[in-house]
Design a protein around this ligand. Structure first.
Ligand code: 2AM
Ligand code: CA
Length: 282
């Protein structure tokens, strides 16, 4: 299927408008969430209610405008328990609330993330943090924007002068704890600063607009990454598979960086971390 620019722009504008339409609902959930802290089941249910409502609005709106669409969404996948499959059809990859823990705890760093893949290529990305009023957007070949202003990655080419993003909370999962502790230790010891923001989509945008210089994450899902991946690339960033090969949105283990030299530094440190057999914490 060949994709003309006008159609691409229509996909982009429609996604932008729909995502912005969900802003008030997400803000409402953000304000309410803390009131429900004490009751654990409610607290989870509440998040699910907002996640589900936002995803429904997005899917309904996109389906209506583009009946040819397929969808991969965090909520839809949780309900259907089907392993998501990416085909050549236009496929919207949706995370209705990324940064869930931030959302619940009133840390104003959470967002709605939407990516569009056509012929398995990511071509549109919209990431919206309605709490901080930050709307990141991009479509293939047209640059990346924050609230309408063009954004670009830094020119950082060396890990020693880099600000690195890393998800500390992934250490929670025992299966991947050892690898994450080693990699975090290596990257944090060799860079200027390391930050853990709790939203993969927004961290990709932070690299895109030059707050961070690089980010490495594994074991996440397509919807955590899709929207931010387009924004990062359109802002001039490098996006690779952790081992240096081509990035795959359906198994999005990634290194992203402002420059290829920096990406190589990150991959070298990951490799060194993988070789660690013993370490001492003192
Ligand atoms: P979420 O907020 O939608 O759960 C940091 O926590 C990042 O990793 C977030 O983008 C978060 O997405 C994602 N993530 C995915 N699975 C996770 C998990 N099991 N534990 C913590 N974060 C997870
Ligand atoms: Ca997510």
């Amino acid at each position: 299927m060949s994709l003309d620019n006008q159609k691409l722009k229509l996909y982009y504008n429609t996604a932008l408008n729909l995502v912005m339409k969900c802003g008030p609902l997400m803000r409402e959930g953000y304000e309410k969430a803390a009131d429900n802290f004490k009751v654990k089941s409610d607290f989870y249910d509440l998040v699910t209610v907002y996640d589900k409502q936002i995803e429904d609005i997005l899917i309904e709106g996109l389906q209506k405008e583009f009946p040819e669409s397929k969808f991969i969404g965090e909520e839809e996948s949780a309900i259907s328990k089907r392993e998501a499959e990416l085909t050549d059809d236009p496929t919207w990859i949706i995370d209705p609330i990324d940064g869930t823990s931030n959302f619940i705890h009133k840390i104003p760093h959470c967002c709605i993330s939407v990516g569009l893949a056509i012929n398995k290529e990511l071509v549109v990305g919209v990431v919206y943090n309605p709490i901080a009023n930050e709307l990141y957007s991009a479509y293939k070949g047209h640059g990346a924007y924050l609230n309408g202003q063009k954004i670009h990655v830094t020119n950082c080419a060396n890990i020693r002068s880099a600000v690195v993003g890393y998800e500390i909370s992934l250490i929670h999962a025992e299966r991947v704890r050892d690898k994450n502790v080693k990699r975090l230790t290596k990257l944090a010891s060799n860079s200027t600063s390391t930050r853990s923001m709790g939203s993969a989509a927004l961290t990709l945008c932070y690299v895109a607009k030059g707050n961070f210089d690089c980010y490495h994450v594994e074991d996440l899902k397509s919807w955590d990454i899709a929207g931010g991946a387009v924004i990062l690339r359109e802002a001039g960033g490098v996006l690779l598979h952790t081992k240096g090969g081509e990035f795959n949105i359906m198994k999005p283990d990634l290194v992203c960086a402002a420059t290829m030299d920096l990406a190589k530094d990150v991959m070298r440190l990951i490799e060194e971390a993988n070789q660690i057999t013993e370490y001492t914490i003192n």
